[in-house]
Design a protein around this ligand. Structure first.
Ligand code: PLP
Length: 286
């Protein structure tokens, strides 16, 4: 069965799916995106993801490509046509196609919308979570508006590649004061010796992760103490546990940061429990 993509109003073979060379996403990274988990055929936390998409579009003054009901119908159709039971769905909206010029094109230029979906094996992710992952730390050299989920991801791409070359799964980005902001494509968490969850406040310097929000809900339900405050790399080295969160990785235990084993070097019990219970607090649509 061939994969199908939705591109500007049409369902096309993934292998043939293309946008115009003057799409502003291609030329200027002038666009935003969302990634939503698909579990047992349902969209996980879709409302929060689409709310964040609306916010990203509003912040950049990019028009909505279509109303929410229509968008959800297209998302469902892409999942159906690709027969994805477990995996992810990717949405990208750019400022559309216009002759190359930095300033925004006329408001009559419609935004471009691309939606793809891909299956993933949950057992493979479960095996990775049993071992935990390593992260490295790097200076955070991104722009200030990382609260917008923009496709302008070059610093993130370079950080991720450096992590891969160092044998790690993720790079934790560190601000000028030595505090961890977030991962290249995940939010960063530690657990203190006293068992408190610590993660940076989402007001500034990080993306307000949807998985992060769900973990905060879960932590509240479980009666865990949460401290939304910045933490340094040194504090992370000494943490009892560490983990990362994102729609594609869910809660993933971190067992090494740079050359430091975290805790006893095994996935921590709190991170593991949060991973196991994660889907108890999320919204399922479809
Ligand atoms: N931080 C960054 C920079 C990301 O790119 C992502 C996801 O792509 C996240 C955090 C996690 O966000 P979410 O939980 O909504 O997937």
């Amino acid at each position: 069965m061939s994969r199908i993509a939705y591109v500007n109003g049409r369902y096309v073979r993934h292998a043939d799916a293309a946008v115009h060379i003057e799409d502003r996403g291609y030329q200027f990274a002038d666009g935003v995106y969302e990634v939503c988990e698909v579990k047992d055929g349902s969209l996980i936390d879709m409302t929060r993801h689409l709310d964040r998409l609306d916010r990203s579009l509003n912040e950049l003054e990019i028009a909505q490509p279509m109303g929410r009901r229509a968008l959800v119908a297209v998302m469902r159709e892409v999942i159906r046509q690709n027969r994805v039971k477990n995996g992810m769905i990717y949405l990208q909206v750019t400022r559309g196609v216009a002759p190359r010029d930095h300033v925004f094109p006329a408001a009559t230029v419609p935004p471009s919308l691309v939606i793809t979906s891909r299956a993933a094996d949950p057992r493979k992710a479960a095996r990775t979570a049993e071992d935990g992952v390593a992260v490295i730390t790097l200076p955070d050299n991104r722009w200030e508006r990382v609260d917008i989920k923009s496709v302008s991801l070059l610093p993130n791409v370079i950080a991720k590649e450096k992590a891969r070359r160092a044998g790690a799964k993720e790079a934790w980005l560190v601000d000028a004061d030595g505090y961890v902001t977030e991962g290249a494509s995940t939010n960063a968490w530690i657990v203190t010796a006293e068992g408190s969850l610590v993660t940076r406040p989402a007001e500034h310097g990080i993306l307000r992760g949807i998985t992060r929000a769900a973990v905060l809900d879960l932590a509240a339900r479980e009666g865990l103490t949460v401290e939304e405050r910045p933490f340094t790399v040194e504090e992370a080295y000494r943490a009892r546990e560490a983990f990362i969160t994102a729609a594609t990785t869910l809660v993933m235990p971190v067992v090494r940061i740079d050359d430091h084993a975290i805790g006893n070097g095994q996935p921590g019990s709190i991170a593991t429990a949060l991973r196991t219970r994660f889907h108890e607090v999320v919204e399922r649509v479809g």
